[in-house]
Design a protein. Sequence first.
Length: 119
Amino acid sequence: MEKILIFQSRHVSEIKEVASGLRLKAEDVAPVCFKETLAKICRGTAMSGEGYEGELPERSLLLFCNVQEKKMDKMLAMLRKKGISTDYKAILTPTNSQWNVFRLYFEMEREERAWNSLN
């Protein structure tokens, strides 16, 4: 199932509206699920374990789960057109599917630092 997971965004309703127009499901992920694997969150089977109640990432993130490239490109273009920004965008992969949300944020921040050091 094509789905977009939304983490720490101030624009949840706007993102859901754009996604709906493309027949994509979009879910705002509660911080209590952040210790679960991304695969569990995408499947909707998160929260089988102990929830998280500690410090949260400050930046927003969209995770595209099984979304066709064409739809993802269209979604991102529509968000840009509406002026809706997100700090990080990622795609669920076989590798990152076993990470939790904090690991994904760590990797996104590491990639951002590496990119910025080149410029």
